[in-house]
Design a protein. Structure first.
Lengths: 250, 261
């Protein structure tokens, strides 16, 4: 039923667009079949698909870099109040810097395109990821910690048996939340400072005044985010299968 | 440590905590002294907040005494933390099961931490679940088990590592009377059979006198207000007399109305 409702919403949106395409000129509102055809063309043409994969790789690379760095920072902050007082305001300050400013900084500071994009991705997603992982760490049960300590585990064992399972839900949420942010930022970064990827292709469509192409490239990113979100949800359902779910919630 | 030495020894032990609002210190344990011999089950009674759990955490080595001498198996449990690997087992008031582990995985947690051979650990975990009537529930997650079953899993987890000392913090207080009685009987049987030394914290006088070889009654901050030794040969009248004595000692700290007097 839920799936049907979601499909109905999307069908209504597509129908509305199709009506507009019949009223307005083609270069403003191309028809739905044309957009679909261009979308499929990108997915089936090797030279175009590479741009999509390049963007996907940049999103994953940036998120992974921010995740590793954010995880380390969260551990340090969680371990020491002094470190928290020192690091947390800096991260909050970073959170206030617009993504476009990071793009400008990266272009001024660095030469390599890939490093520029990676830098922008890490800097824009790092604060959010760090705070979410920190929250997950702090939600660790004192009761379970004390119970585990009675057995005298090593730090590594404690990390494996208690800390990792405790923070997994928070990490999955952090990935889901930041995936959308990362997809938006990567497009801006590619639009301004790259010679390939979905953002670069969008810039080309703008220069060619090709709305069908712009829509098709946008859909690539939307599809990518949807597929990854669904994959994370599937992992979440498997990893958190131990949770009780009320029948009312189903 | 010889066989006649006490397994647990507290001598003038005090524990103070800083108040969170910075208004001085809070004394939780006040010059507490007692000894527990090997194989002895000691029940500890006292009102809520009298420092029983603080004493418990000191014995477990989770917190350090502010002053006095604490010896468990002849060593300081806080400073010589690693020496006590596998030597102490705890059954808490709430089951403290890891929700992401099945009943079976919860029971073998301690064995995994102690690096027991995986196959041997599995055999032990399975045997303990069977002994506690949980066969068939190995793959159930805690949320799918009843309160009594979860507490049985936590008892199995404590016994599985075959500890020398068992610490029990009101383990049956959240269960209905019939389940609690069954588990209590099973618990005492297991402790006696394995000749373990146990401290059993409880709020219930009947439970304390039923389980303990000795009963310690704490006043707040934790210090011994009353101590009595119980024996299997005690008559019902002697039992009743001990219960009355304990009630009187506890009443000193309770307003009469609270005791239903």
């Amino acid at each position: 039923m839920r799936l049907l409702q979601a499909a109905a919403g999307m069908i209504a949106l597509a129908a509305g667009w199709q009506i507009l395409s019949m009223v307005f000129p083609h270069y403003l509102f191309p028809s739905i079949p044309e957009i679909i055809s261009r979308t499929i063309e990108i997915l089936t043409t090797g030279s175009l698909l590479i741009d999509v994969l390049l963007t996907a790789g940049r999103i994953f690379g940036g998120l992974f870099g921010a995740f590793i760095l954010g995880g380390i920072l969260a551990m340090i902050i969680g371990h020491s109040r002094t470190a928290e007082n020192f690091i947390a305001p800096v991260l909050t300050f970073f959170q206030g810097i617009p993504a476009l400013s990071w793009v400008v900084f990266a272009i001024i500071w660095f030469h390599g395109i890939e490093f520029r994009v990676l830098f922008m991705m890490v800097m824009t997603t790092l604060p959010g990821l760090t705070f979410l992982i920190l929250d997950a760490l702090r939600s660790m049960s004192k009761d379970l910690f004390e119970m585990s300590m009675v057995f005298r585990p090593s730090r590594w064992t404690l990390f494996r048996f208690l800390i990792v399972p405790t923070i997994v839900p928070g990490i999955l949420t952090a990935w889901k939340v930041n995936l959308g942010n990362a997809a938006r930022v990567v497009v801006v970064a590619e639009l301004v400072g790259a010679t390939g990827g979905v953002g670069y292709e969008l810039l080309r469509q703008q220069q060619l005044f090709d709305m069908a192409g712009a829509m098709a490239w946008t859909l690539q990113l939307v599809l990518f985010v949807l597929v990854v979100q669904q994959t994370i949800t599937a992992i979440e359902n498997w990893a958190l299968r131990y949770r009780a779910v009320s029948e009312r919630a189903m | 440590m010889s066989d006649v030495d006490p397994v647990i020894r507290f001598k003038d032990v005090s524990k103070t905590f800083k108040r969170p609002d910075g208004r001085g210190d809070f004394v939780a344990v006040d010059r507490l002294s007692f000894e527990i011999a090997k194989g002895e089950i000691v029940a500890v009674l006292g009102k809520t907040g009298c420092g029983k759990s603080t004493m418990f955490n000191i014995v477990a080595g989770l917190i350090e005494a502010s002053s006095g001498e604490v010896k468990v198996i002849g060593r300081n449990p806080f400073r010589e933390f690693d020496f006590f690997r596998g030597k102490i087992g705890i059954v808490f008031q709430n089951d403290r099961l890891m929700p992401w582990r099945t009943a079976f995985d919860n029971v073998r947690l301690g064995l995994q931490i102690l690096d027991t051979d995986p196959e041997h650990a599995e055999d032990i975990a399975r045997a303990w679940l069977k002994r506690l009537g949980l066969s068939g529930h190995e793959n159930d997650y805690p949320h799918a088990l009843s309160g009594g079953m979860r507490q049985r899993v936590s008892i199995a987890r404590a016994f599985a590592v075959d500890p020398e000392i068992l610490l029990c913090d009101e383990p049956f207080s959240s269960l209905d009377e019939i389940t609690a009685r069954d588990l209590r009987t099973e618990f005492v049987r297991l402790v006696r059979r394995s000749n373990k030394t146990a401290i059993f914290i409880t709020h219930q006088i009947n439970e304390a006198t039923e389980i303990g070889d000795r009963v310690l009654v704490f006043h707040r901050p934790a210090r011994i207000a009353y101590e009595t030794r119980l024996g299997p040969a005690m008559t019902e009248e002697a039992h009743r007399s001990v219960n009355d004595d304990i009630m009187r000692v506890l009443a000193v700290e309770h307003p009469p109305r609270a005791l239903g007097a």
